[in-house]
Write a protein that binds this ligand. Structure first.
Ligand SMILES: *Cc1c(COP(=O)(O)O)cnc(C)c1O
Length: 353
């Protein structure tokens, strides 16, 4: 028998979550499948999300794989091309490119003559990551419009606080002011803005995290919005230990029993992608019952409290996150976000659909 850890990817959940996005907007949906579809598997996720109007990702190689698999939708490269040598494949596979910097516009002269290029011109409306400053947009737009290689220009921006108290109003106002001079399509909304701010929807929304069934908001559960977890990380208990009061477990003796306790050893560690910084008390499901992580997570194993679960033992099923245990709760207990946990799932974890 192989080591019992596995990640189950629920394709129906992905489909369901795309429908939730559809019901929330009349804009076209650009499903964000960067980072191996947030750890869910690029082609696997694309197949379940095939009803999306487009796919956004980073690597040309991945976009090529999608084209070769038969996807006809808009394929948007979120960081565009990285050098002139990328342009040949951008043309051949009809990929759409974000243009975020002047150096990219300069490279466009190397674009093959035979093909037309659709671009998304990125405006920095306050995130200060990628994009043209509002005062530079007019010039960039003019250059692109006059460029023989360019067909359609979509204006885009990205929010820094759509999931936070600050919200989107400052960035949205600035973007609308800049965009008012142009007629083309617009795209602003990530999952949080899609769910919370209809005024941001424009022509294309760009949901990521919600498609995988996690909430972008700290204070609203995914379930309450109709989202279903697409990834469930599970394993089994492979050993148990009985502790007396005063005995410690694991590296550094991070947890000390204050009474007699029973502990389960789970075949899952940070080399599988479980966060090493998860605290004592992080929720874990054993045989469907909630209990807690204890001690420091090791490379290949972690400890759970079985004191209140006398029926549980070697062979018991353990859910680390996913169905029945929202990944957001695990992320919070580890000082991170669901996105990072999903992406951090490692290659050694077998995936089952
Ligand atoms: C990752 C990303 C998204 C999706 O964000 P979520 O919070 O996962 O919905 C949208 N737009 C851009 C530019 C991104 O990089």
């Amino acid at each position: 028998m192989p080591r019992p850890i596995q990640a189950h990817i629920d394709l129906n959940a992905l489909e369901n979550n795309l429908h939730v996005a559809r019901r929330a907007t009349s804009a076209r949906i650009m499903a964000v499948i960067k980072a191996n579809a947030y750890g869910h598997g690029l082609l696997r996720a694309a197949e379940a999300l095939a009803d999306a109007d487009g796919f956004a990702l980073l690597d040309i190689q991945d976009a090529v794989r999608l084209r070769e698999a038969g996807y006809r939708q808009t394929l948007l490269l979120l960081e565009g091309f990285f050098d002139a040598s990328d342009l040949e494949r951008v043309a051949e596979y009809e990929l759409t490119c974000v243009i975020h910097s002047v150096w990219q516009i300069a490279l466009l002269d190397a674009y093959p003559r035979r093909a037309a290029l659709d671009v998304w011109l990125k405006v920095n409306s306050g995130m200060h990551r990628l994009g043209f400053a509002p005062a530079q947009v007019a010039e960039a737009m003019e250059t692109l419009r006059r460029h023989a290689a360019i067909r359609e220009i979509t204006l885009m921006s990205h929010f820094s606080d759509a999931d936070e108290a600050r919200g989107v109003s400052g960035q949205l106002e600035l973007f609308n002011e800049v965009a008012s001079a142009y007629r083309g399509a617009r795209s602003l909304a990530n999952s949080a803005a899609l769910l919370r701010y209809p005024a941001t929807h424009g022509d294309w929304v760009r949901p990521g995290i919600m498609l995988y069934g996690a909430s972008p908001f700290a204070e609203i559960s995914a379930q309450s919005m109709g989202l279903k977890p697409a990834m469930t990380l599970s394993s089994r208990i492979i050993a148990t230990q009985d502790l007396s009061a005063g005995e410690r477990i694991g590296y550094g003796g991070l947890f000390c029993a204050d009474r007699s306790m029973r502990i389960g050893i789970v075949a899952c560690g940070y080399a599988d992608g479980y966060p090493r910084h998860a605290q004592n008390g992080t929720p874990v499901l054993v045989d469907g019952q909630q209990t807690q992580l204890l001690g420091r997570v090791s490379m290949d194993m972690l400890y759970v409290d079985l004191t209140a679960l006398p029926q549980a033992g070697a062979g018991s099923e353990v859910v680390l996150w996913g169905a029945g245990l929202p990944i957001e709760q695990v992320a919070t207990a580890a000082g991170t976000i669901s996105y990072e946990l999903m992406c951090a799932l490692t290659a050694r974890v077998p995936v089952r659909v």
